[in-house]
Design a protein around this ligand. Structure first.
Ligand code: PMP
Length: 300
């Protein structure tokens, strides 16, 4: 099947109405110029927002992060928080999204090939998936298999705008995930330059030991909104949770582990492979089940 056919078959999952630079248009009319700076140099930022029962979850936090990401790339926003909120709610309405996924995007346009792109216009869009995700029931029960990526590391703070969701941040995530999948794993975990655990390619990580939660300190990777939600849920449930430097040598000390992210929600990990070592975890650990139940209650 050629790529265009694949896109056509996927189009049934794309919500038909998108918002592009101030207009609501059909997705087939939402074209982008081939000379787009964002395409050539990755000068673009995005968000990912889940819709549950017609309601975008944590909308305000996602829009705040979107504007923060744009600012970190010196991309202007002609829209404020309230205007972006209104546009996103309108996209939910026009596409009649019950359970879906919304993606705001911003990027530099086609006016200049220079790296600074300073003369390029800023473009803003909101696109959506009508039925983005299967529920991944079997993975939720069995847990996913991860590896510590043997090739790629997380760049130290100061090397990338790590608090933003900018396209350039994802180059290593894409390569690492492709390579881990080729080796038969579901995803990669990246270590920092000091061999401490950071996160998976597009989600944060937690460990469990003795009824306590441990999660790495987000000092060179994204402090995800789901991660923050889980920390809040833990506090509400009276569970102890600690942000902690987690050396890779600690992996054998935990009973259970899970990932968090907007799209995967709370995903149990069944094993982490590190070189020749395989660490197995209880994907049905009672604390994971408790957190999943509480998360479902606030989202669904
Ligand atoms: N880390 C990275 C690199 C991500 O792309 C994401 C997904 N946005 C996350 C963590 C999880 O963030 P959130 O919970 O806000 O979706």
């Amino acid at each position: 099947m050629i790529a265009q056919d694949k896109i056509s078959s996927l189009q049934t999952q794309y919500a038909p109405t998108v918002w592009l630079n101030g207009q609501y248009v059909n997705i087939k009319e939402a074209d982008v110029h081939i000379m787009t700076h964002g395409l050539h140099y990755g000068s673009s930022v995005y968000e990912g927002i889940r819709v549950y029962n017609h309601k975008p979850f944590k909308l305000r936090q996602h829009i705040e992060r979107m504007l923060h990401s744009a600012t970190s790339l010196h991309l202007d926003s002609p829209y404020n928080i309230e205007e972006l909120e209104e546009i996103i709610l309108e996209i939910v309405l026009r596409n009649n999204l019950t359970f879906g996924y919304i993606r705001p995007l911003a990027w530099r346009g086609a006016e200049s090939p220079r790296i600074d792109g300073i003369n390029c216009s800023c473009h803003w869009a909101v696109v959506a998936w009508a039925s983005f995700l299967e529920q991944r029931h079997s993975q939720r029960i069995q847990g996913i298999r991860l590896e510590i990526n043997p090739t790629w590391r997380k760049a130290p703070a100061g090397c990338l705008p790590y608090t933003s969701k900018s396209a350039g941040m994802y180059t290593v995530s894409t390569i690492a995930k492709i390579e881990s999948q080729k080796r038969g794993f579901d995803d990669s975990i990246l270590l920092d330059m000091k061999s401490n655990v950071t996160e998976a390619t597009t989600s944060n990580i937690f460990f469990i030991q003795d009824k306590r939660l441990y999660t790495p300190i987000p000092d060179c990777f994204l402090n995800g909104i789901t991660r923050q939600t889980v920390l809040q849920i833990a506090e509400n449930l009276g569970l102890e949770a600690q942000e902690y430097t987690i050396p890779v040598s600690n992996l054998n000390t935990y009973e259970a582990a899970f990932l968090t992210g907007t799209s995967i929600e709370i995903m149990p990990i069944s094993s982490i492979t590190y070189g020749t070592q395989v660490y197995n975890y209880n994907s049905q650990h009672p604390l994971i089940l408790q957190l999943c139940k509480a998360y479902d209650q606030i989202t669904y």
